[in-house]
Design a protein around this ligand. Structure first.
Ligand SMILES: [Zn+2]
Length: 132
């Protein structure tokens, strides 16, 4: 299912919410004053995990996050969470994911190492010699 994006109106609502009257735009994750630093509007719940996609996104579904301070780390987290959720769903539905063979060339077979020639040790008797 396609990822839903925020409409211009909702986007503006979120930016206005993050706009501090004196400091300007602040990160809604950590409160950092962003000024001219880049920011993203983040889906509070990753869109790929939403079940009801017909509902319209509202300003409550998004958070203004600074790219450097909060958005980058959260996106990396989301990717892992989404992958895990997909695997869980597949297991639940009994779907088997095809395993793909590794595409790279296999390692070249190596020669078996030659046996090292060693001087033979003197034989030891297995049993202790008993005195008659
Ligand atoms: Zn932040």
């Amino acid at each position: 299912m396609a990822r839903r994006e925020f409409t211009k109106t909702v986007y503006a609502q979120i930016v206005k919410r993050a706009l501090h009257p004196k400091d300007g735009i602040c990160c809604e994750g950590c409160g950092l004053v962003l000024g001219a630093k880049p920011y993203h509007i983040d889906h509070t719940i990753p869109d790929a995990l939403q079940i009801d996609k017909s509902r319209k996104l509202t300003a409550d579904d998004g958070k203004l996050l600074g790219v450097e301070c909060c958005h980058k780390p959260k996106t990396a987290d989301d990717v892992a969470v989404i992958a895990e959720a997909k695997r869980r769903e597949e297991r639940h539905l009994g779907m088997k994911r095809k395993t793909q063979p590794i595409k790279s060339a296999p390692f070249a077979r190596s020669e078996k190492p030659q046996r090292q020639a060693k001087a033979e040790l003197p034989r030891r008797s297995l049993y202790r010699e008993t005195q008659p």
